[in-house]
Ligand binder design. Structure first.
Ligand code: BGC
Length: 791
């Protein structure tokens, strides 16, 4: 047992019940309650994940009010595409140093939810559509952050895969899918990096709010995976504080000015909440504070060095999607740079992760600095950076600039208002103005390169037009210079897609029920997410999972698979057979050709990144443990490996498999037969079988209760009036003058999807739950009366 934990237990034994209840809720938006007489400090928790967002003056948790400057590292989508845990660990350590220098005890990240659908508004904040890759990257980030004596926070646990009504939506998902897709990443990260904290999500999972799920917070997280840190709520996610403590939710964040105290006290008095359960939560809060206190100390931060690291990480996550040989670009002649993102880059996403950068590199300046006098660089705006719209005069400039240039680089992507925490994208297209700009440039000059700045996949019906396409994602404050490094070949493009780019969103089975219903989302596609769908259905992605070109070529040879004590050791020799230095990601997938349960065509179970000079080779070994072959057996509730043959596939992407070997398991275990969605979207019957129960009915909006949302209130006239008042009230607490379009939109969607209980929790003690309940009764009574009278 940790010293701090033992000390915390001793302190708890001296505390009054009132003190204990005070301690299990935050002091304010970002800090915990202290116990001065025992030297337990108040500690600060701050967003996260790709930079330290320490708000200095006014606080909010959706990015409206500015934070102190900090390095804005590449967002998780870019970091995920590096497939380089060592590099992510380095970034984590830098984040830890900046946190510590700012007296931040816990950095709220990494986020590692699965990208179930490419339109998820917060996909930029997550690593991948694959749980293995997500888990490995998150573990690396946690190790880095915590190496500096700062706690990390895995979020958002669990099954929080859309922004639409994220605060109240009920995710209906079968046990096997939950385990194999949505929990595995958290499991890997917990086991491999021992995070100090985990944040539960807002949503319900199969009818139960994540904050009161004993199954998620204790049985699985602690008892199965061995998590020994603290669980905090997402901001205002508490649905029932007393039940939450029983379930294993240690800390309510932010504090709600004692809103829940009487409820917790009553539950304690009645025995519903035992003293042992309350003590456990308080012990973990004190343990966390003591843990960080022990490590407290000033940390040296070198902003220039962190900027350089951000630049290196952004280049390592940049994915070369297509290239007819035009790249790397020669420093000669005349280069037309087109698109206002070249001067006003999109480099991070909106919402709680919004960092105030220490500096921002633009592509055009970086390119000019890099080519010097060797080439001429001209610029045309193309489209409006904020709206993504264009007009004929701007397109005429594009054509003119493109025609006169030897080579054209168009920067396109998604404006801020297209993707953000709080809302999902409505479609996967680029803004019309960007498409028109790309078309105008490629028609005028076939030597056109398109570089994309966006947080998630887009549809690219135009992808055959440009001579090369570079996916730079949201590369953080040094993204502009990293892109110039890659385009000019000073740095090899290091990225591989950590997600599939579908030809069309309508191809995807998850599209059937994504961001459609306010109350419930049904994961009827089961395991068929991302490449697990494309491969099994034979519906190719435009750019598959794992894809990424280089400026050189790699040969894989001599694959051997050797049995080890607890799994297999996969070895392959990678040789750089091309003309330039570069990196290759060896990807190891497992295929089970004959299985009692339905399985995806193949699944990623190992990978390794190597950097090689031309003409050199390296032997790469990837270890697979027993789990790599296993499925979640719903009957025995454990991971099981069936007897039979398994293929170990080694390749350079999910569709570029270079070699395979078969291994045979002779003494496997029986697995309960389970069928999935035969046509990739489960029918009612299939879904019932997958769930092992009836499909839960979609909850109705009326009568109202504490979990009703402002949107629900619109069902009745009095409800509408009250909803209007609430929105106004919420608006008054924020400083709108500083808010950009996406932050405003996020705020509006937050208000629409916020459960009524948040009114009491956020009222600074002005509205008790008793008053809220009275109000809800009145709303229900007046609505019922209106129905009686007016039908
Ligand atoms: C987000 C979290 C974030 C928290 C604090 C929430 O709305 O979901 O990711 O850490 O706010 O800003």
């Amino acid at each position: 047992m940790r010293d701090t934990y033992a000390r915390a237990e001793k302190i708890v034994s001296t505390l009054s019940t009132d003190d204990k209840i005070r301690l299990v809720s935050g002091r304010d938006a970002w800090t915990t309650e202290p116990v001065d007489e025992h030297g337990v400090p108040s500690i600060m928790l701050t967003d996260g994940p790709h930079g330290v967002r320490k708000q200095v003056v006014a606080t909010d948790h959706i990015g409206i009010n500015n934070a102190a400057p900090a390095t804005c590292f590449p967002t998780a989508v870019t970091l995920g595409s590096t497939w380089d845990p060592e590099l992510i660990e380095e970034v984590g350590a830098a984040l830890g140093r900046e946190s510590r220098a700012n007296d931040v005890a816990v950095l709220l990240g990494p986020g590692l939810n699965i990208k179930r659908h490419p339109a998820g508004g917060r996909n930029f904040e997550y690593f991948s559509e694959d749980p293995f890759l997500s888990g490995k990257m998150a573990a690396a980030m946690v190790r880095g952050i915590q190496s500096q004596g700062v706690g990390a926070c895995l979020k958002h646990y669990a099954a929080n895969n859309q922004e639409f009504f994220r605060m109240s939506i009920d995710t209906v998902v079968d046990d096997r899918t939950l385990r194999e897709l949505y929990l595995t990443g958290f499991e890997i990260a917990v086991k491999e990096s021992q995070p100090w904290t985990v944040m539960c999500s807002y949503n319900k999972v199969n009818g139960e709010h994540a904050d009161i799920s004993r199954t998620l917070l204790t049985d699985i997280l602690r008892d199965e995976w061995g998590f020994d840190g603290l669980v905090m709520s997402d901001w205002h996610a508490v649905s029932d504080r007393a039940l939450g403590i029983c379930a294993g939710l240690d800390l309510e964040m932010p504090g709600s000015d004692g809103s829940w105290d009487s409820q917790v006290d009553a539950a304690h008095n009645s025995g519903l909440l035992t003293t042992a359960e309350l003590d456990l939560a308080v012990t973990r809060v004190i343990d966390l504070a003591l843990r960080t206190q022990n490590d407290k100390g000033s940390s040296q931060v070198d902003p220039a060095a962190h900027h350089e690291l951000a630049r290196r990480a952004a280049a390592a996550g940049t994915v070369l999607l297509t290239n007819d040989g035009i790249l790397p670009l020669e420093r000669t002649g005349s280069i037309a740079v087109i698109g206002s993102f070249a001067k006003k880059p999109r480099y991070q996403g909106a919402g709680s992760s919004l960092v105030t950068p220490t500096q921002v590199d633009t592509f055009i300046e970086a390119l000019r600095a890099s080519v010097g006098d060797a080439a001429e660089v001209h610029y045309a705006q193309g489209y409006d950076a904020a709206t993504g719209e264009t007009e004929e005069a701007l397109l005429a400039e594009v054509r003119d600039a493109a025609r006169k240039a030897d080579v054209v680089i168009v920067l396109a992507g998604l404006p801020d208002s297209y993707e953000s925490e709080g809302f999902d994208r409505e479609h996967l297209r680029l803004p019309d103005g960007h498409i028109a700009t790309i078309a105008a440039a490629t028609e005028a000059n076939h030597r056109t390169v398109v570089a994309l700045l966006n947080g998630a996949p887009i549809e690219m019906p135009w992808s055959d037009g440009p001579a090369a396409i570079v996916e730079a994602y949201l590369g953080g404050q040094a993204g502009g210079s990293a892109l110039a490094d890659v385009i000019l070949g000073d740095v090899a493009p290091g990225g591989r897609l950590a997600e599939s780019f579908p030809v069309s969103a309508s191809d995807l089975p998850a599209a059937r029920d994504f961001a459609r219903h306010a109350k419930q989302v049904q994961y009827r596609e089961g395991l068929y997410v991302g490449y697990r769908f494309h491969d099994a259905a034979g519906v190719p992605a435009r750019f598959p999972f794992g894809h990424g070109l280089t400026y050189t070529a790699f040969d894989h040879s001599g694959l051997t698979v050797r049995k080890t004590k607890d799994g297999y050791s996969v070895t392959v020799t990678v040789t750089n057979v091309g003309p330039r230095a570069g990196s290759e990601v060896v990807q190891v997938y497992v295929r089970d050709p004959e299985s009692t349960v339905y399985r995806p065509e193949k699944e990623l179970k190992g990978f390794a990144k190597v950097h090689l000079e031309p003409g050199t080779s390296q032997k790469v070994t990837v270890r697979l443990d027993r789990r790599a072959l296993a499925v979640w057996d719903v009957r025995s509730q454990e991971w099981r490996v069936e007897t039979g043959g398994y293929e170990i596939l080694v390749g350079a992407s999910s569709t570029d498999i270079r070699a395979r070997r078969t291994v045979t398991v002779t003494e496997g275990q029986a697995v309960f037969p389970a069928h999935g969605p035969s046509a990739f979207v489960a029918t009612d019957d299939e879904f019932r079988t997958m769930l092992g129960s009836e499909i839960p009915p979609v909850p109705t909006a009326v009568p109202f209760h504490r979990d009703s949302t402002t949107a629900d209130l619109h069902e009745t006239a009095t409800g509408r009036m009250f909803a209007g008042m609430m929105t106004q009230q919420a608006g008054r607490s924020y400083d709108w003058d500083n808010a950009d379009a996406s932050t405003r939109r996020m705020f509006e969607t937050n208000v629409r999807s916020a459960p009524l209980r948040q009114v009491a929790m956020g009222s600074e003690g002005k509205m008790s739950f008793a008053s809220l309940d009275r109000l809800i009764r009145i709303l229900n009574l007046t609505s019922a009366k209106a129905w009686r009278e007016h039908g």
